[in-house]
Design a binder for this molecule. Structure first.
Ligand code: ZN
Ligand code: ZN
Length: 213
């Protein structure tokens, strides 16, 4: 699988593959809410899997990673190899991830927190240190991890976000509580973030996020 990168472009109107911006949700669904504070989450990453990355999922599947603008802990304190049943409901409740097979979607406005940027696929990152990689092999900061879905299928790597990657905020948006910069937000306490999904796509929520630093 070739590794590709997503670079950010801030001049696009209503991009579908984006950081921030409106959430492209399945028909009948809206923005998920944080179970800790009930606030609507915001899309940190949402994109249709680029064909060029040759990821082993249904063509046209769409990854979304959302997190509460107030709550920014790491996704899980437990380390699993075999993920428990309905593991997607057992996280800390301040984040949401899904890999949807192609289906009818609609745009849901999200709270104005992050600057909207289009994710534009490229062979090389604009910034070697702060990058969003998709496909290929994960680059582990510590020991390699692997996961098995509760359905028995392996979890396949989807994408990786560099530690300390800044998701630039709108000028009027509040600073992220326990964030690390006045200019932007970070995902999961600015750890290196790795996203995996069930190879069988047994459920749209069969996505697992692990972090390292
Ligand atoms: Zn919250
Ligand atoms: Zn599964």
């Amino acid at each position: 699988m070739p590794k590709k990168f997503f670079n950010l472009r801030f001049d696009s109107e209503s991009p579908q593959d984006s950081v921030g911006g409106a959430y492209l949700a399945p028909e009948g669904q809206g923005l998920p809410c944080c179970t800790q504070c009930d606030r609507q989450m915001i899309p940190f990453l949402q994109f249709t899997l680029p064909r060029a990355a040759e990821l082993p999922f249904v063509d046209g599947s769409r990854l979304s990673v959302l997190m509460c603008p107030e709550h920014n802990e790491i996704p899980s304190f437990e380390s699993f190899e075999a993920l428990p049943p309905a593991y997607w409901d057992q996280g800390e409740g301040h984040w949401f991830a899904s890999l949807e097979k192609p289906r009818a979607m609609h745009r849901v406005p999200s709270p104005p927190v992050l600057q909207t940027a289009e994710l534009v696929m490229a062979d090389a990152p604009d910034d070697e240190y702060y990058r969003i990689a998709v496909g290929g092999e994960p680059e582990w900061v510590q020991d390699e991890e692997s996961f098995t879905c509760s359905c028995g299928s392996p979890m396949e790597f989807v994408c990786q976000v560099s530690d300390s990657f800044q998701f630039l905020k709108l000028p009027d948006a509040p600073e992220q509580p326990d964030g690390s910069s006045a200019r932007g937000y970070v995902l999961f306490l600015s750890n290196e973030v790795y996203v995996f999904a069930c190879a069988r796509q047994c459920d749209p929520r069969a996505v697992w996020v692990t972090v390292q630093n």
